[in-house]
Unconditional design. Sequence first.
Length: 257
Amino acid sequence: MWLNLAKVEEHLSTRFVGRRIVYLTSTTSTMDVARQGAEAGAPDGTIVFAEEQTKGRGRFDRAWVSPSGKNLYLTLVIRPPLGRLRSLGIIAPLAVALAVEDSTGLRPRIKWPNDVLIDGRKLSGVLIESEISGSAVQYALVGPGINVNFDIEQSPEIAAIATSIKRELGREVSREELLAAFLNHFEALYEDAPKGDAAFQEWRSRLDTLGREVCVTFGDQLYEGTAEDVDRDGNLILVQPDGSRRIVEAGEVTLRA
Ligand code: BTN
């Protein structure tokens, strides 16, 4: 069944996030459509939502499996000041985790930096892109994909490492309520961000990665060590085998055997 936009609106309590929704039954990637919209002046808080993506993409140029009518694929256009850009990487996965918790009672964890997991399997990932000129952010694109009512066994290539809400609960849930909950949490966290570090602390407390022996890959670089902590910008602090500390801004973490 297609998304019921009136029902999304019924559950929406935001001031600007999600107040304008570009709804598509199929597209290549919501990131591409949102980028075109942002370039053409789409208002702050616009979202591009698609029922299906034919070229859904994840981090590191991976494909994001995007079957029709089952999940949530969206990209939010947001225009933050430069100083708040890094916080999007904290706020977005946290908003997903809180929305899933509200709608289902499940308690997702976060794998640094922004994968949302249930029992170690990936439920959601977020792609964040930005366009900066000089010291001003023209726009940022925040693109979460959330596996909702997806029969994940039908995609054997990801069935061992990914999950969906349906798989976890054994029943379908309302995509409309989940989407509205995500948008409500995102805006509340975004607006509260300048007031303190509550979002950072909440994100940090859900990180599965801390205290573990990890490998972090980024492009052709590989770092190993203990994931000691994260800093306020969301960087990972790694204690390397020689005892030195390395601040890692981005990358993919795997646990060391
Ligand atoms: C990841 O690799 O973990 C990030 C996955 C992001 C997928 C979402 S689905 C909506 C948006 N459009 C895309 O093509 N990708 C993101």
